[in-house]
Design a protein around this ligand. Structure first.
Ligand code: GLA
Length: 702
């Protein structure tokens, strides 16, 4: 037996692995960066005497824990060959550098069970994100059924205490759930067939010295678990959830997992978010290889719903262009027979009654006004009441003898069938080729129930990715938004094909603050669709001022979703001012670092930029409970510099004045100067605000 250590260093993260040539590599460390050369010294087993009532073989946590040889924890692989080969254990291991120092592949062989496993680990030095993925090949002579194959297994330190994960529902995504870790197994699973509103495929874990975060790059079923192990550490596994019988490998066949992105930071959840933002930014595939400034959207949905009238929509486009909108997105309601949500999905050509001359007159009107034209589609769906379903009822996913369960009156197409994806490609390509469409909003408005006579959940996801890729190859300039009843398909898998997420159908600004906080933990702001909606908000009935609505939406990929023709007077002026502010600062919102937090007395804040220049949003959600307001500490600023602080938010015309305070007034003029060290340690004085108000500060070093 020979053994050695392998160390991967990021800027602020290190992973250390102990490699033996006859077993799976052993995890020795993943956490804040170690000094160069800080290797473990002795091999792990040489440091651990065997405990009482234990095997005479010590099996520590490996990169691929399997219970074939004395591992009593969760296995990274569950599978069998008609009942045989259920107890796997690698008998050989080779390590091959892909990029010396940062990316490595471990090839494991199980000569007894007839399996090969390839585990890839890449530690990106720019983002400090470790990307793990696993491939499994059946080298035996009979089919091997896989029930679970973790994308990755990572260790969490002994002093890990809490985990934050995200639950939710339609109109209320990213509900944070805090659990205390203990010796009980922590586990979450999603079986809805797409990423889901209910279970974001990621979490953030708190330990004494650092935070750890992970997310799965996959748009289907998923599972993750965290488990205490005998040495006081925890193991964290994440991967695709397979339905029974979903993955059966014929001899020679392989299955490849989606990627697990994992990171660690001593800078708290904001450090985790910054690392993920860097990794997602690097993975995005923009037209021409570069993100253009995110154009201000006007989306027709909440202003018009299904009520499409060519003349009214042309007026809407006029009103939108006047306030500075840059992209006009025609939402649901434009296609053949679509007058409500009971019919027509699948019939992707313009409704002849609403658009007698097709969509070209409206699209040309929009582009003549200097805006881009975008169009909503929901390709994976079909209504039973549609030409498509009448022609091809067998194209919907179904199991003979079971009722076809509709949701929003619709069924799901079997995307893995070539004739289905060809039909959808032809219909969408026809629209893209004949109209000046710069943008598609790609929706998915229901969960799957079953996925065909044999389970095809993962094929459904792969086929959708393939259709997206095929369309992007044919129309490389078109950007695509991923939407699924708002935020039902937000994940790091679909971002390889798309450019924006619609974070929620709830546009109420108070609700949006929490939704956006969860989103921004994993995804950068430039791909977060955030709109100014109507007041009262359609989803909650709550009313908020134009300033507050715009101030909450501003930092994402900003847009407007209301009948802009009806916005007049002061509200129109306020909205135009915020749109102008967005255009002035979007580069900073969309390229810099992001911090967010909650201060005392009901304040929520979000800051964008760096130690040279920070844009700070402070939101007050509830009335203050203090006579004198708390200060807001800004520890990301340089303690050795002075900063000039000004207020950028347009003065809220609806607010009743507060008594003046000279220093706060100065922020509205030439600016207030304060020392970075003071802002770090004591903080910025807060202006008085009423409930549901926003203040926006610009904090600039000399
Ligand atoms: C989903 C989307 C909405 C809108 C409607 C149209 O609910 O999330 O934004 O596009 O579908 O039917």
């Amino acid at each position: 037996m020979t053994a050695h250590f392998i160390t991967l260093h990021g800027q602020r993260v290190t992973a250390v692995i102990e490699v033996h040539d006859d077993e799976a590599p052993i995890w020795r460390y993943w956490g804040p960066r170690l000094a160069d050369g800080a290797e473990p010294g002795p091999y792990l087993r040489d440091t651990r005497p065997l405990p009482s009532f234990s095997l005479d073989h010590d099996q520590p946590l490996s990169l691929f824990p399997t219970f074939g040889l004395g591992w009593f924890g969760q296995s990274a692989l569950l599978g069998h060959r008609a009942g045989r080969d259920y107890a796997q254990s690698p008998t050989g291991c080779t390590a091959t550098w892909i990029t010396p120092g940062t990316a490595i592949r471990f090839d494991l062989f199980d000569a007894v069970a007839g399996l090969e496993v390839a585990i890839t680990l890449k530690l990106d030095p720019d983002s400090d994100v470790l990307t793990l993925s696993t491939g499994l090949t059946n080298t035996g002579d009979a089919p091997f059924e896989v029930q679970w194959l973790a994308s990755g297994t990572v260790p969490l330190p002994q002093n890990t205490t809490h985990i934050r994960s995200w639950s939710g529902r339609h109109n209320h995504e990213f509900i944070a759930v805090e659990d205390r870790l203990s010796r009980s197994l922590w586990r979450r699973e999603n079986r809805r067939g797409l990423t889901s509103h209910d279970n974001f495929p990621g979490a953030v874990v708190a330990a004494d010295q650092a935070h750890y975060g992970a997310q799965l790059a996959w748009s289907g079923n998923h599972a993750q678990c965290i488990e205490w192990i005998d040495d006081g550490q925890y193991q964290w596994q994440m991967g695709e959830w397979f339905a029974p019988g979903e993955v059966i490998l014929a001899p020679g066949e392989s299955v490849q997992t989606p990627e697990m992105l994992a990171t660690c930071s001593t800078l708290g959840p904001n450090g985790i978010a910054q690392n993920f933002h860097a990794a997602i930014r690097a993975a995005m595939d923009w037209p021409d290889g570069r993100m253009q400034p995110r154009p201000v959207h006007l989306n027709t949905w909440e202003g018009f719903y299904f009520d499409h009238d060519g003349a009214a929509l042309a007026q809407l486009a006029d009103a939108a262009a006047e306030i500075g909108i840059e992209r006009f997105v025609l939402d649901d309601g434009w296609f053949h027979g679509r007058h409500d949500d009971t019919s027509s999905l699948g019939d992707w050509w313009p409704d002849a009654g609403k658009y007698p001359d097709g969509l070209l007159p409206l699209a040309s009107h929009v582009t003549a006004l200097g805006m881009e034209f975008g169009l909503w589609v929901e390709p994976e769906m079909v209504n039973p009441d549609s030409e498509l379903y009448r022609a091809h009822p067998d194209w919907a996913l179904q199991i003979a003898g079971r009722p076809l369960l509709t949701a929003r009156n619709q069924l799901v197409l079997d995307m893995a069938r070539a004739e289905v994806s060809d039909y959808l490609f032809d219909k969408i390509a026809d629209l893209l080729a004949t109209l000046p469409i710069a943008y598609l909003k790609w929706d998915h408005n229901r969960d799957l129930v079953t996925a065909g006579a044999t389970p095809r959940y993962r094929q459904q996801v792969q086929a959708t990715y393939a259709l997206l890729a095929r369309l992007r190859t044919a129309f490389p300039q078109v950007e695509i938004e991923a939407c699924a009843g708002g935020g039902g398909r937000i994940d790091a898998g679909i971002i390889r094909h798309t450019h924006r997420f619609w974070a929620s159908d709830c546009i109420d600004a108070v609700s949006r603050i929490a939704i956006q906080q969860g989103f921004l933990q994993f995804m950068p702001p430039e791909i977060m669709g955030s709109h100014v909606g109507a007041s009262p908000a359609h989803s909650t009935g709550r009313s908020q001022s134009m300033t507050f609505r715009a101030g909450v939406a501003l930092t994402g990929h900003f847009g407007v979703e209301l009948d802009a023709r009806q916005i007049v007077g002061q509200d129109r002026e306020t909205l135009a001012q915020w749109i102008a502010l967005y255009k002035q600062y979007r580069d900073q919102f969309h390229h810099g670092k992001l911090w967010q937090g909650e201060a005392q007395d009901g304040l929520v804040w979000q800051a964008h930029g760096d130690a040279d220049e920070l844009l700070l949003f402070v939101y007050r959600l509830t009335p203050s409970g203090q006579r004198h307001l708390p200060t807001l500490r800004l520890d990301m600023l340089d303690p050795n510099r002075a900063y000039r602080i000004t207020r950028l938010d347009p003065v809220d015309p609806h607010k009743h004045g507060f008594p003046p305070a000279p220093a706060l007034e100065a922020m509205r003029g030439a600016g207030l100067e304060m020392a970075g060290g003071w802002l770090n340690a004591v903080g910025l004085p807060m202006p008085p605000m009423k409930a549901e108000q926003v203040a926006l500060f610009r904090i600039v070093g000399p």
